[in-house]
Design a protein around this ligand. Structure first.
Ligand code: NAD
Ligand code: UDP
Length: 321
């Protein structure tokens, strides 16, 4: 029988891929989104499905929707977006989970939270296992998101302990792929757009900081596996352990896109994590999940997505200091 699945933030980058996959699997999907950073364009290839409903609503306001499962993805995810209105970001991080959890408790649905590797802050344990409690600045420019997401995890576990609500918590590491927003300043969309326009590639700092990038199709598979198994509730890391420096990433994108771009070094934003790489042994063991798409293959697909639209948009904004 078809399940009814509510996805908050379903019009965003990751959300739209999750919606698409669930529709392909024959489920009924309801998107709840306020279109703050998501777009209708992200939904174009499946918007006419009879199994899809789209509701414009803010997750910080209570809602009542019948569903068997809820994925809570609603939240701006890129530093530019979440730092533009930090108070609003904290509200979304905290009130969104409260509303999703209260609904899940009342209708006996299972609810999954899209948490983040940012809960580890600037980690002094490497790679990061779920047992690591993190190193987060509580008052810096990234704190609205990092601490907001940490409180969200707290709320998930308090609802679980106090009310028996069925929860799942995924800690998502840097994810990329088609439908990343062209203007949100994230490193992969920035570098690909700059490369395709033969503009200088903006490296913040010396480019020696590392990230580990997961292709969105792999990530979505991990989220669905986590939702549909009984062994673990989380938190569980979902990401690709292939760690690269930002400089290596820039050179790879220049090569794969056949670009003439040069490198331009800029100052490093405050509290920018120095190293990040997930320990995914828990996901491998309990979800039998491991990313399958290499960075080179994923970048080629992402470059192919951006190539026809690269000249359509103005250069992305700078991250606020
Ligand atoms: P995104 O900005 O593309 O998508 C977020 C979606 O949430 C958008 O459609 C936006 O309109 C919607 N939204 C934002 N605030 C809302 C509100 N108050 N009410 C209703 N809808 C709202 O971001 P994404 O990259 O798709 O990220 C999705 C989720 O995954 C986020 O919760 C993010 O924190 C988490 N995450 C993403 C990454 C990543 O690398 N992309 C990494 C870690 C965690
Ligand atoms: N970055 C960069 N140039 C850019 C955009 C980002 O060098 O044009 C760096 C940024 O400082 C960070 C890394 O790339 O060290 C990843 O940035 P992103 O915003 O994509 O993700 P996050 O910092 O949230 O992991």
């Amino acid at each position: 029988m078809k399940k009814n699945i509510l996805i908050t933030g379903g019009a965003g980058f990751i959300g739209s891929h999750l919606v698409q996959r669930l529709l392909e699997e024959g489920e009924r999907v309801i998107i709840l989104d306020n279109f703050h950073t998501g777009t209708k364009d992200n939904l174009l290839s499946f918007v006419h499905s009879d199994d899809l409903e789209v509701i414009r609503h803010d997750v910080t306001e209570p809602f009542r929707i019948e569903a068997d499962q809820i994925y809570n993805l609603a939240c701006p995810a890129s530093p530019i977006h979440y730092q533009r209105s930090p108070i609003r970001t904290v509200e979304t991080c905290v009130l969104g989970p409260i509303n999703c959890l209260a609904l899940a408790r009342d209708i006996h649905a299972r609810v999954l939270q899209a948490s983040t590797s940012e809960v580890y802050g600037n980690p002094d344990v490497h790679p990061q296992p779920e047992s690591y409690w993190g190193n987060v600045n509580p008052i810096g420019p990234r704190s609205c998101y990092d601490e907001g997401k940490r409180v969200a995890e707290t709320l998930f576990f308090d609802f679980y302990r106090e009310t028996g609500t069925e929860i799942r918590v995924a800690r998502i590491f840097n994810t990329y792929g088609p439908r990343m927003s062209h203007g949100d300043g994230r490193v992969i969309s920035n570098f690909i757009l700059q490369a395709l326009r033969n503009e200088p590639i903006t490296i913040y700092g010396e480019g020696s900081q590392t990230r580990s990038f997961c292709y969105v199709i792999d990530l979505v598979d991990g989220l669905i596996r986590l939702m549909n198994q009984e062994e673990v509730i989380g938190p569980i890391n979902l990401g690709c352990p292939d760690e690269r420096t930002i400089l290596e990433l820039a050179q790879l994108i220049i090569e794969l896109s056949g670009s003439q771009s040069t490198l331009e070094f800029k100052s490093l934003p405050a509290d920018d994590p120095v190293r990040r790489k997930p320990d995914i042994s828990l996901a491998q063991k309990t979800l039998q999940w491991t990313p399958t798409i290499s960075l080179e293959e994923g970048l080629e697909k992402t470059i192919a997505y951006f190539r026809p639209i690269a000249h359509k948009y103005p250069p992305p904004e700078k991250i606020p200091k």
